[in-house]
Each structure stands twice: as C-alpha cells, then as structure tokens.
Ligand binder design. Structure first.
Ligand code: ZN
Length: 259
C-alpha cells in the first residue's frame, strides 16, 4: 500500500481502536469568595475565566461556588478535584468535610491565601496538610519575581524552563519552610536573586517554596493568586495547567485522561 493511502486510513483506524474517552473526563469544583481582599477577588475572577475555558468543547465539568458550605460529603462525592481560589474552610463542619475528602483520596489545588494560616487559625490538621509552615512574612507591594523550577522530570514541572519570571504577586514566606518536611516535595521556589524583594514590606532572604505537594495527599499548592496579572504569563499558565492535570491524573479511581 502506498504511504499516502495508509495516511488516509489513519483517522479511521483511530476511531476503530476505540480511543474515545468517557465523558466527562473529570469534575472540578472551585471555591471562591467575593468578600475577601480586593486583589484576591480579582484573582478569583481571572481564575474562573481561565478554568471555565477548559469547559469548552464539553468533556469536563468545571463548577464554581461562593458557598463554602458546599464543602460537605454529599456535594463533594461528585467531584474529582476541588480548587480553593481565594478562601479556605472556616466552620468546624466545613473543615471536617474537607479533611474527610482529602483522607479518602480527594484532590485539592490551592492558590495563595488558601494556605494562609497563623496563630488564630487553630486547625492543626490543616497545618500538617500544608507541610507545617505558618505564614511568616511577605513582600509589598505585589511584584514579579524570578522563580526556580526544581526537578524538571516531574509531570508538574515537565516542559518548564529552569527559571522564569512570574507576574506580579504577593509572595508568602512560611516558617518553618515546608521543605523541611520529608513528605513535602517542592516544585518551584523563589530565586534568592530577588532579595531584597519589596518596598514597604521586604522579603530579605531565606527559603521560599512557591509550589509544592504533600505526598501523603493528592494535592498541590501554588502561592500565585494576588491581583489581576497572574494569568498574563504563558509559562506560568502552563505550570498551573500541569498542576491541575497532575492532581486529576493521580485519582485512585484511575487516570481519566487514559480512559
Ligand atoms: Zn495576597
């Protein structure tokens, strides 16, 4: 058979071999609040637009809610992954539902203030979940920063350059650094070249993990999430999609992208 004829047959072969995924591939529920710091609301609106585009062409279900009480067993059982765009569980019932969801294999992608905790948070499980780091300090005003990509062999960092400049963000530093925990894997960190970072509030030095996972759970945290420029960089968008895809693909029920 001539090569061109073979090539013409390829689409038909593709269909015959049943490479047809089940739909929806996965369901995601993104939580956000309209009643938080203005720059965090801005981010949530941009994130909603960014992730909502994944819905186009069907195949995915990406829902959004401003009701934190949707953190309950009945609602969560419908979702492969939840996102926290600018908020976190508050009431005891919400916290317990979240903990059960994660301990039973649920997926979590958290941005920026989703990991904020201090002496008033009073939620020891959450602190362990995040790697033990309490919010310590930040730069102000928001600023771009050079980031270092660690471990390029992982699906989260695959295809990324060794370093890139991330758009304006308020960078949080944690104490102690989550990196000190054995079950924390850091994917991206702030380059020391940025120091001192800030004008009003200054980050002077130290380790500053930006993206990491707790290997005991199906989760990833990204510190990006302040202001309206987070999605203005293609490299960073690529990282965010890698992160979501990795969490979804490690579902105990199987990788929905391979069905
Ligand atoms: Zn912020």
């Amino acid at each position: 058979m001539k090569l061109y004829k073979l090539l013409l047959l390829l689409p038909a072969l593709f269909l015959l071999t049943g490479v047809q995924a089940q739909f929806p591939r996965f369901r995601a529920l993104a939580f956000y609040s309209e009643n938080v710091e203005g720059d965090h609301v801005l981010f949530a609106h941009d994130a909603k637009a960014f992730f909502d585009e994944l819905n186009s062409g069907e195949g995915l279900e990406f829902d959004f809610t401003t009701n934190m009480d949707d953190l309950n067993d009945e609602k969560l059982k419908n979702y492969d992954v939840i996102l926290m765009l600018n908020d976190q569980p508050h009431t005891q019932a919400q916290r317990e539902a979240f903990q059960r969801y994660m301990e039973n294999g649920g997926g979590w992608v958290g941005f920026h203030v989703a990991a904020y905790n201090d002496r008033n948070t009073n939620w020891p499980w959450f602190l362990e979940f995040l790697g033990g780091g309490v919010f310590w300090r930040n730069n102000w005003p928001a600023a771009p920063a050079k980031l270092i990509v660690e471990g390029p062999a992982h699906p989260v960092t695959r295809g990324l350059p060794e370093t890139f400049v991330s758009p304006h963000n308020e960078w949080y530093q944690w104490k102690p650094s989550p990196r000190e925990r054995k079950n924390i894997r850091v994917f991206v960190s702030l380059s020391p070249e940025n120091y001192p970072l800030g004008y009003k509030d200054i980050l002077p030095d130290g380790d500053l993990p930006v993206v990491w996972t707790n290997t005991d759970y199906r989760m990833i945290y990204l510190n990006m999430g302040h202001g309206g420029r987070i999605f203005s960089d293609a490299t960073q968008n690529y990282l965010i999609l890698n992160a979501l895809r990795w969490v979804v693909s490690t579902d105990k029920k199987g990788n929905p992208f391979e069905k």
